[in-house]
Design a protein around this ligand. Structure first.
Ligand code: FE2
Ligand code: FE2
Length: 224
């Protein structure tokens, strides 16, 4: 078994929740490989390992009621002993950890290396388009959310996002919703992509999601 196959097996074990399971990781992987073809000087070993391990602590964050666990930090921390065991050098482990630590939209740490930028972009693209609709639906089912928002975005931000800020973490998952997510995160995504290839795909996918949510509201009102 190759190093990457071993990492994949370990990641599979850690990824328990359905919206962030191995299928998500493999979609991110495929997108990362596609974007990598449009960029130069990429260390594929760093990129592949980072993609496979980037969400291993996701379910720990989701299940944490205190809101203190950040899955990016936790996944980076958990990756170190896994990579050491597989014989990765200290320097490579640090570079892989940098990618994992900076893959999150909400955290302050920003991706600096080309591998970190590609992981960030590929991961965020999985939050746009047809995929976000089904993923959000699964996530909302898991957290007993309602389909439509119960309050204005302003009120929601004040009540349910840490610090009352749009980039604050979600306090109570059951109050969250695909419409809030669309306003808080999706609309900003094309502007935060680091690679040209990802920017182009993000714009096209955002249009699709926006049209879908408009249609959903119209159906609920009996317009269509
Ligand atoms: Fe993540
Ligand atoms: Fe992810």
């Amino acid at each position: 078994m190759s190093k990457m196959e071993k990492i994949k097996k370990i990641a599979e074990k850690e990824l328990a929740c359905s919206a962030h399971d191995m299928e998500h990781v493999m979609r991110v992987y495929n997108m990362a490989m596609k974007i990598a073809k449009t960029e130069k000087n990429i260390d594929h070993e760093i990129l592949k390992a980072a993609v496979l391990l980037h969400d291993i602590a996701r379910s720990r964050e989701d299940d944490d009621k205190t809101g203190k666990i950040c899955h990016a930090k936790e996944s980076a921390r958990m990756s170190k002993p896994i990579l050491e065991k597989l014989g990765f050098s200290g320097e490579k482990i640090k570079k892989i950890q940098h990618c994992i630590l900076t893959h999150r939209f909400k955290t302050k740490e920003k991706p600096e290396s080309i591998e970190a930028k590609i992981l960030f972009d590929s991961d965020k693209l999985d939050s746009l388009g047809a995929m976000v609709i089904i993923r959000a639906g699964m996530w909302m089912g898991r957290h007993n959310c309602s389909i439509f928002p119960k309050m204005s975005l302003k009120e929601y931000t004040k009540i349910n996002l840490v610090g009352g800020k749009l980039n604050g973490r979600i306090k109570n998952a059951s109050l969250h919703n695909i419409f809030y997510e669309h306003e808080i995160k999706d609309k900003r995504l094309p502007g935060v992509m680091h690679t040209k290839a990802a920017q182009k795909i993000a714009k096209e996918r955002l249009t699709f999601t926006t049209n879908f949510l408009t249609r959903l509201k119209e159906e609920a009102k009996g317009i269509v």
